[in-house]
Design a protein around this ligand. Structure first.
Ligand code: ZN
Length: 235
């Protein structure tokens, strides 16, 4: 899926019919060491289920599937949403050799982000992986850890936008960045990014969301809000 269209699809999914999430058992081959890995795959994640948060965190039903959105090879320590994705061991060896708690879902997402950075570059993928780690910690009510992961995510988005001209002119990226900055209480930076975002976030409902963010930033409000809250406030 083209990244720029992600937010739009998610927003329109708010009013889409509710589809229950289903699960499928499968065996895949690890893309690094070749070991068979048993995985549980959650399906029907793209439609329905209620309004997402402004940082793209899914509504509860899909959020509950976060642990199925990351796969782990216990033999070599490779983590990725699809464990069959091939990677050269030598490029990510340093990441794989670091200690890892296999039952810490947030740590698995963070490792996948580190793998992406080591093998490729800061990207929308490494940003989203750190965000998923933050959402796991949100659900565990661990504000300190979720803030740490949000800060790592912000860094990834900034580096990604620095190196990629299209990313720099994509309104969705600014909207995501503003919300994550606001959630960790960095209102000054959120305000600076918001003034740039007004140049690029001009399509569909994006201006309404920006106006909502502007109010929240002025009120120094770091609480969680959904896209439905933003659209309701614009009415
Ligand atoms: Zn492996």
């Amino acid at each position: 899926m083209k990244q720029a269209t992600l937010l739009f699809i998610c927003l329109f999914a708010i009013s889409a019919a509710l589809h229950a999430v289903t699960f499928k058992e499968d065996t895949k081959i690890c893309g690094v060491c070749g070991q068979p890995v048993h995985v549980t795959i959650a399906q029907n994640l793209l439609t329905g289920g209620g309004s997402m948060d402004l940082d793209l965190r899914p509504a509860p039903e899909k959020r509950d599937t976060l642990k199925y959105q990351i796969q782990l090879c216990r033999k070599c320590g490779y983590c990725w949403p699809d464990i069959a994705k091939e990677r050269k061991h030598e490029k990510i060896a340093k990441v794989l050799n670091a200690p890892l708690a296999f039952d810490d879902t947030a740590a698995l997402f963070a490792r996948a982000a580190e793998i992406e950075i080591a093998d490729n570059a800061p990207s929308f993928a490494s940003y989203m992986l750190y965000m998923k780690a933050a959402w796991v910690m949100d659900d565990l009510k661990n504000k300190k850890k979720s803030d740490e992961y949000r800060k790592l995510a912000i860094k990834q988005m900034e580096l990604y936008m620095e190196r990629d001209a299209i990313a720099r002119t994509t309104g969705d990226n600014y909207l995501a960045l503003i919300d994550v900055l606001r959630r960790i209480g960095d209102f000054e930076k959120a305000k600076r990014i918001l003034s740039i975002a007004e140049l690029y976030a001009t399509e569909s409902v994006l201006p309404q969301i920006l106006a909502f963010q502007k109010k929240l930033i002025e009120n120094k409000d770091s609480e969680r809000y959904t896209t439905a809250d933003a659209l309701k406030s614009a009415k």
